[in-house]
Design a protein around this ligand. Structure first.
Ligand code: MLC
Ligand code: AMP
Length: 510
């Protein structure tokens, strides 16, 4: 008996339209790519990567601007059984070093502006570095151009790795999150059903494709249903407003909705074809939920997930979408609110949000102890989020056990920024907090204690962070203080700092 193929691409392929000339995406320049392009271009890239000697299970590190070719590259990795390892294009040298050494890729693909840095970082290992720019050009495209337009997708077992995505943490180094073909396929199928995706849909795709939201949620729904997309390189309110009338579904982080509402002209006309507006990755303010409904007549559907688990809960397609909640557990996903002993808590009580299901990742790359720590004995993953379930089963995220800031839908771990600032000349210690920001939801603020005799130089400090860490981690403001508030155990009281600086970014807008 032949073993069943669980390759995620094979799952997508079954849902491609029978006529491969059907459109898959239209770019903002009006270029249309069809499903046949996805099949053929991913074949060329897969054949090329195999010719380099890459074998199933090998990692391919990808830090490129968004482009259709970047999507073909993701599909090619799936088809060749390679593990796709995408990186935020804002990451700088010091951040990349760790990801490269930990993931140990067999191939690196980056924008041509990062080629020298990447080459230096992997020179010792002799890993090939190829380029791919926003216009789809680069050495990857050149070298793969003459490879065949067909490729036999490599069969994969359910728990073979499809992707490796890194998330930082409250302690230690970033962790590689191992996602299997089954994790991604199961979640995509669930979302297609839950949100009613079909070949009649057109999704507005303005999200980056290096994180779960744009990569697995958005693309998964489209490719698993034969739908099409309006494909934008990034979020820009005017471009979104121009594309939206052609779209039936939009997905975004809350900042996208806030920014659209800032546009006086935005309203029902732009949303005339829309059947569904989905928000996630960060809390959606009730005011934004209400304002969007008032302006457009559409009720945003909020859902909740994370890189380790893909999507866990969603407000319903049919039925009440409750503001301030992330809805009900998705089919096949068990969600519970537990106490510190991992015992389920009664309705209405706040506790640790834990999940179990085929959507939950395989473990942290090379960190079995850390993996074991984050799972309960009965197989639930502890998300680090604090939640509550109401009498109708709707889940609300009420806080985080982890010290994490979500800025414009991107996670920032204060510890990483504090470690960097503490190492700067003239700094004794620092505390980094998240403060309410009208555009980004939360944004980074640093509170710094200078060494005695050293002067306060906020601009210089900000500049130093900017030179070394990704732009979304750069503090929007820096405050110098004589000492940090501490509790009797000597722990910095971040809640006191958050209260003290709560309004320091008010008026912080786009
Ligand atoms: C950019 N900047 C940010 C920022 N993005 N600051 C704080 N937070 C952010 N997220 C800063 C830049 O450093 C720059 O500062 C200025 O803002 C303008 O930069 P930009 O590049 O022009 O920004 P813009 O294109 O407007 O991007 C903002 C954004 C983007 C919100 C559109 O960050 C975005 O697309 N976010 C979505 C991220 C996402 O996909 N999240 C999903 C993760 S998956 P200066 O000082 O230089 O001017 C996940 C799981 C799940 O969480 O459940 O989905
Ligand atoms: P990431 O690690 O980037 O995948 O981010 C996952 C985290 O984002 C979750 O653990 C939550 O803290 C947060 N998150 C995602 N969706 C929502 C949401 N709808 N509301 C509140 N927080 C969310």
């Amino acid at each position: 008996m032949t073993q069943q193929d669980h390759n995620l691409y094979s799952g997508f392929r079954q849902h491609f339209p029978s006529d491969l000339n059907q459109p898959l995406m239209e770019t903002d320049e009006g270029v249309i790519y069809c499903y046949g392009d996805a099949e053929q271009e991913s074949s060329r890239l897969a054949g090329f990567m195999v010719s380099l000697g890459l074998k199933p299970g090998d990692r391919v590190t990808v830090q490129v601007p968004k482009s259709p070719t970047a999507l073909w590259l993701y599909l090619a990795c799936l088809r060749a059984g390679l593990v796709f390892h995408p990186l935020n294009s804002a990451y700088q040298r010091s951040e990349l070093e760790y990801f490269l050494s930990n993931a140990a890729p067999s191939l690196v693909v980056c924008g041509s502006d990062a080629e020298n840095t990447m080459s230096e970082l992997v020179a010792e290992q002799g890993i090939p570095v190829l380029t791919l720019d926003a216009d789809g050009q680069g050495s990857l495209t050149e070298r793969s151009a003459n490879y065949p337009a067909d490729f036999d997708t490599v069969a994969r077992a359910a728990d073979d790795l499809a992707a490796l995505l890194y998330s930082s943490g409250t302690t230690g180094r970033p962790k590689g999150i191992m996602l299997t073909h089954e994790n991604l396929a199961a979640n995509a199928q669930t979302l297609v059903e839950a949100w009613g995706f079909s070949a009649d849909d057109c999704l507005l795709h303005a999200l980056p494709i290096f994180h779960v939201h744009g990569l697995f949620v958005a693309l998964g729904c489209v490719l698993m249903s034969g739908a099409r997309m309006r494909w934008l390189p990034s979020f820009n309110s005017k471009a979104v407003m121009a594309a939206l009338p052609d779209c039936t579904v939009m997905m975004g982080v809350p900042t996208y909705y806030t920014r659209l509402l800032e546009e006086a002209q935005f309203g029902r006309e732009e949303c005339r074809s829309l059947r569904l507006a989905i928000s996630g990755s960060a809390p959606l303010l009730v005011e934004v939920f209400n304002a969007f409904r008032e302006r457009t007549g559409h009720t945003i559907l909020e859902r909740y997930g994370m890189t380790e688990t893909n999507m866990n809960t969603s407000n319903p397609l049919e039925g009440e979408r409750k503001a301030g909640t992330v809805g009900l557990p998705l089919p096949g996903v068990e969600v519970r609110i537990a106490d510190v002993q991992n015992q389920p808590l009664p309705i209405g009580e706040i506790g640790n949000l834990q999940v179990r299901g085929r959507n939950v990742f395989k473990g942290y790359w090379g960190m079995p102890e850390k993996t074991a720590e984050d799972f309960t004995e009965d197989g639930f993953f502890n998300t680090g989020d604090k939640g509550r379930v109401d009498e109708d089963g709707y889940v609300a995220i009420v806080g985080r056990a982890k010290d994490m800031i979500i800025s414009g839908g991107l996670n920032v771990y204060p510890k990483e920024i504090e470690a960097f600032i503490d190492d700067l000349d003239g700094v004794s210690e620092s505390a980094v907090i998240g403060v309410a920001h009208a555009d980004f939801g939360e944004a980074v603020v640093a509170v710094v204690v200078p060494q005695s005799g050293c002067s306060a130089e906020p601009a210089q400090l900000i500049d130093a962070v900017k030179q070394n860490l990704a732009n979304f981690k750069v503090p929007k403001k820096v405050f110098y203080v004589d000492e940090l508030p501490r509790n009797t155990m000597g722990k910095v009281q971040k809640n006191v700092l958050r209260e003290c600086y709560a309004d320091c970014l008010s008026g912080g807008s786009h």
